[in-house]
Design a binder for this molecule. Structure first.
Ligand SMILES: Nc1ncnc2c1ncn2[C@@H]1O[C@H](COP(=O)(O)OP(=O)(O)OP(=O)(O)O)[C@@H](O)[C@H]1O
Length: 332
């Protein structure tokens, strides 16, 4: 099936509770075709449960998860529409890689020879006749990916596909996923480590505690990682006045005052869009005593950790400009 714009993934107010556990909580996001989207969150965030609901394996408590506007269970040819790899270990150990794919080929509605093509695509041609029982985790990941590609689906859902791959394998996966997206496919890749997929994804959907905490392009997420100037003075009021007078922008989650000076009295400001020389000069000209003036970078991984920190810490970010398409850091 040729990929086209009708193969977007739409998750709307999706909720799943298991007894007392609210695994997915009023989650809404869109995944666009032609792009690789990272579905990110710490362990237990609800990624797998969301993917399972998308695949009709788990019934939502509320909300909907659709592919091209239809639920997975309503698709005419699901295996030719969605390729999904949720667990890499689910192989018959006595089967060869080729046999494994041949078992799935009829379900995917493709001839046997397609098995060779997908083995080639994932770099496993040389191991086609080896038993899967002897495969490394990385080889299993490649075979799982080959299985998802059998029906040439326009939508790919991959749960932690980089797990078990060495750095060369991760680079290979990146190139393959980017090529698949460039063909117009919708590619959703989950991971609990941003750095693992940072160079692969165009968009990010970040969840924590079952809730959406951030959805944007990777470039917009990177914008939250700009360098900051941290400035502390024993005179909080004068520091505040200087910041206001100069028109400096405070970081959205930066400290807006509080203990920063001598003996815990004073103010601290975290500023973006300026530099230490400008701030130092203005403070000197204003006769303001400073106890700290430094630039510090906030890495992308730091941004990710802050966004996914437990609720009280996340609450501090609720006003971040690009950070909160829906609720950031609500009560859970
Ligand atoms: N079948 C189930 N019964 C009860 N609780 C479940 C079930 N499946 C998932 N959960 C719980 O739901 C929450 C979300 O789990 P889920 O596996 O979706 O998270 P995840 O983001 O995929 O985590 P990981 O990165 O560790 O795979 C967890 O608290 C988990 O224990």
């Amino acid at each position: 099936m040729p990929p086209d714009a009708t193969h977007a993934i739409e998750v709307s107010h999706l909720t799943k509770t298991f007894g007392q556990v609210r695994a997915v909580d009023d989650l809404s996001f869109t995944v666009r075709p032609g792009r690789v989207t990272g579905f990110l969150g710490p362990n237990g965030a609800g990624k797998t449960t969301t993917l399972r609901m998308l695949l009709g394996l788990v019934q939502p408590t509320a909300g909907t998860a659709t592919i091209g506007g239809r639920r997975y269970t309503d698709l005419d040819r699901p295996m030719q529409t969605v390729g999904a790899a949720l667990e890499a270990a689910d192989f018959h150990p006595g089967r060869t890689a080729l046999d494994h794919l041949r078992v799935f080929a009829p379900q995917a509605g493709v001839p046997d020879r397609r098995a060779h093509e997908v083995l080639d695509l994932v770099g496993l041609s040389g191991a086609a006749k080896r038993r899967v029982g002897g495969f490394s985790l990385g080889m299993r990941q490649r075979l799982a990916l080959a299985t998802t590609l059998l029906g040439d689906p326009p939508v790919l859902l991959l749960d932690e596909p980089a797990n078990g791959l060495d750095p060369e394998g991760i680079r290979w996966l990146r190139d393959l996923l980017r090529a698949l997206a460039a063909q117009g496919r919708t590619v959703l890749v989950s991971s609990h480590v941003l750095s693992e997929v940072q160079q692969t994804v165009d968009d990010v959907v970040i969840i924590a505690g079952g809730r959406l905490v951030h959805a944007s392009t990777l470039a917009e997420l990177s914008g939250l990682a700009e360098p900051r100037v941290r400035v502390a003075s024993p005179d909080a009021a004068a520091l505040d006045a200087l910041v206001a007078r100069a028109g400096w922008q405070r970081a959205a989650d930066g400290t807006a005052g509080g203990a920063g000076g001598v003996g815990g009295v004073g103010g601290v400001a975290e500023l973006v869009g300026t530099d230490v020389a400008t701030v130092g000069h203005a403070a000197f000209a204003a006769g303001l005593e400073l106890h700290e003036l430094a630039t510090h970078g906030v890495g992308l991984e730091d941004v990710f950790l802050r966004l996914t920190a437990p609720a009280p810490a996340r609450g501090a970010h609720a006003g971040a400009p690009a950070a909160a398409p829906t609720a950031a850091g609500g009560a859970r």
